[in-house]
Design a protein. Structure first.
Length: 185
């Protein structure tokens, strides 16, 4: 398993341990908030996943599909989902191993958890829909009108958040270049 995938799995397990009532929508918003906070502070995402602008906010389409379809992937060796009247509740099968994360990443992860762990999914969606957020700018710039699916193919570009932050912009570009290079090798 590659390091990025392992980090994602361990982060999901950690969130399921630490965040009460972690349903799929809440998970996706927490992951986004962790990445957004990391970009704003250091110019480097924690997950390096791509988010699309969907009706209920930023979504990682492949992860959403994996969780909703309960695709039997390596993720389900670590978590399980249970359907109840609120949706798909995520619970852990084992404790997270967070040694893959740097001290800076852990600081951000724990900060986001502490700030938002008791928010429900609707509150997080509302927060991310606020005027001026990256999601709202994508929706406005592309005149997105959602159909019944609530999905769009428009990506949220984290570099837009740091246009006026030269140091973070430099780190982001260097890290993105390194990731793209490693994918080619």
């Amino acid at each position: 398993m590659n390091t990025g995938r392992e980090k994602l799995i361990q982060l999901i397990v950690y969130l399921a341990q630490e965040v009460p009532d972690l349903y799929i929508t809440k998970l996706l918003k927490m992951l986004y908030l962790i990445d957004e906070t990391a970009i704003l502070r250091y110019g480097i995402q924690v997950t390096w996943l791509d988010y699309n602008a969907w009706e209920f906010g930023p979504v990682i389409p492949d992860l959403y599909k994996e969780l909703k379809n309960k695709t039997k992937t390596d993720l389900f060796n670590y978590i399980q989902t249970q359907t109840d009247s609120f949706g798909e509740l995520i619970t852990t099968k084992q404790r997270a191993e967070m040694d893959l994360f740097s001290a800076n990443e852990m600081e951000i992860i724990d900060e986001v958890i502490e700030k938002y762990k008791n928010w429900n999914a609707n509150n997080l969606v509302e927060l991310l829909h606020t005027q001026g957020t990256l999601w709202s700018k994508v929706i406005e710039n592309h005149n997105v009108i959602f159909t019944e699916t609530g999905k769009s193919n428009y990506h949220l570009n984290f570099s837009d958040l740091i246009k006026d932050k030269p140091l973070q912009k430099m780190f982001y570009a260097a890290a993105r270049e390194s990731i793209e290079f490693n994918e080619m090798v």
